[in-house]
Design a protein around this ligand. Structure first.
Ligand SMILES: C[S@@+](CC[C@H](N)C(=O)[O-])C[C@H]1O[C@@H](n2cnc3c(N)ncnc32)[C@H](O)[C@@H]1O
Length: 322
């Protein structure tokens, strides 16, 4: 009976595919201790609360010998993702920025302090994150630079041509729809303005060859994380959509090799270390070490983002408004 009820509840979640539900009740920050949104306590404003998969190219990756330090290692890869986007956008002091889907605002703190843009406006559909993000901006003394609001990237509450840079850091796969966001981003950018995104896609069309069972399975898991079917694009389609909205000089760089493999090891270690700290003795270090080793030897087809959501590419997209 309990199983049937859980299944019914999950099916409802998958069908409703609501990012606000996903980020306020189902998941919290993907950091040490895996705190749910309701458990997050902000003291200094500088506690890491990132929610992205990390860019693991020039940082230490999680393995069976360092898994105890997963919190610190994950955090630095997640910050690297924000640096990669800032560098791709050539973010600088003259820029007025719109950040769509900022999580708990870690990236806005990092960009404001290290790249010193003129202003950052953040939009996010999850009110808890906006509340926590605002508190952190207050505590870090960045209120004159960063302003955070509840709102959707698909209905941007700003006029045409107001921004130099629009960012979507691992958020646009949730937007209803990503295409509607591209239109809005184009509208609010000034001529010469830059759009930079980090997002999931497919290297080739993986849907076409999938049987019905696999398609339903992917649809169900995408629904649980609020990833609408309309956003399942190949990387080639991503480029075409950017151009069809009016963007030029579109560039999509695949960084999948520096994301999916290493993050699987990080999540495995994080879950183990979190379980062990919440209930001492429930998971031994040997068990965590063995799990991390196993995941590191996995065939890429078994990676979580491939097996559950059918995404084997992860791109940094750049485009300019003419
Ligand atoms: C995977 S998280 C990434 C958060 C953040 N960029 C980071 O790296 O920590 C996706 C974010 O997109 C936000 N989001 C989802 N749909 C949105 C929408 N339509 N408009 C604005 N934000 C949205 C979620 O609330 C969440 O903060």
């Amino acid at each position: 009976m309990l199983k049937v009820m859980t299944l019914a509840k999950n099916l409802k979640k998958a069908i409703l595919a609501d990012p606000e539900r996903f980020y306020s009740t189902d998941t919290g920050a993907w950091v040490s201790g895996l705190p749910k949104a309701g458990e997050i306590q902000v003291k200094t404003g500088r506690e890491p609360l990132w929610i992205n998969l990390g860019y693991w190219r020039d940082v230490e990756r999680v393995d069976e010998n360092n898994f105890e330090r997963v919190g610190e290692l994950f955090k630095s890869a997640q910050a690297q993702m924000a640096h990669l986007l800032a560098k791709t956008a050539r973010l600088g002091q003259a820029d007025v920025v719109l950040d769509c889907g900022f999580g708990y605002a870690d990236q806005d703190i990092l960009w404001a302090e290290e790249y010193r843009p003129k202003r950052i406006h953040g939009l996010n559909v999850t009110p808890t994150q906006v509340r926590i993000g605002r508190e952190r901006i207050r505590l870090t003394g960045l209120e004159r630079v960063v302003q955070l609001d509840v709102g959707s990237a698909t209905e941007i509450p700003f006029g045409a041509g107001e921004f130099d840079v629009v960012f979507a850091l691992e958020s646009a796969m949730h937007f209803k729809t990503r295409r509607a966001f591209l239109r809005e981003a184009f509208r609010v950018l000034r001529p010469g303005g830059r759009l930079v995104m980090a997002d999931m896609s497919q290297k080739t069309d993986r849907e076409a060859g999938s049987g019905l069972r696999r398609r339903l399975r992917h649809r169900y898991f995408r629904g649980l994380i609020a990833f609408p079917e309309a956003n399942v694009w190949t990387t080639q389609r991503f480029a075409t959509e950017l151009t069809s909205v009016g963007f030029q000089n579109a560039r999509l760089e695949s960084i999948a090799a520096d994301v999916y493999g290493p993050v699987n090891a990080a999540f495995t270690a994080l879950r183990g270390v979190t379980a062990a700290s919440r209930q001492p003795g429930s998971v031994t270090p040997e068990r965590i070490r063995a799990d991390v080793r196993k995941v590191r030897e996995q065939d890429p087809e078994q990676y979580q983002h491939l097996a559950l959501f059918n995404c084997d590419d992860y791109v940094v997209a750049y485009a300019e408004k003419p």
